[in-house]
Ligand binder design. Structure first.
Ligand SMILES: [Zn+2]
Length: 100
């Protein structure tokens, strides 16, 4: 009984659970102005880098394209520290849009 209850809880909220490990980024295409949102999966989309003195950072690179008729490729590169907080980011082909 206990097992089935737990199992159904997991099934009913998979998105919510995954959301906790996602970092959302919003960009604006330089060419057409479209706003594109992308999710970085902090578990699957990051590659680990071992720096000096055992310093660990995570790196993610993504290429985004809009849904309109625009073939602009927007490349984003993001670096996270070992707590998976964003420490550096770069973009080409678009601009980061920060919500305030
Ligand atoms: Zn565009």
């Amino acid at each position: 009984m206990g097992f089935f209850k737990k199992f159904s809880n997991l099934v009913s909220s998979p998105d919510k659970q995954r959301e906790d490990f996602g970092y959302w980024v919003t960009v604006r295409c330089d060419r057409c102005g479209e706003i594109i949102r992308a999710r970085i999966d902090l578990h699957n989309d990051l590659s680990i880098n071992y720096g000096d003195k055992g310093r660990v950072t995570y790196f993610s690179r993504k290429v985004l394209t809009g849904e309109k008729r625009c073939f602009q490729r927007i490349e984003i590169e993001m670096t996270f520290n070992k707590k998976r907080s964003l420490v550096n980011r770069q973009i080409s082909g678009g601009q980061f849009v920060d919500k305030k």
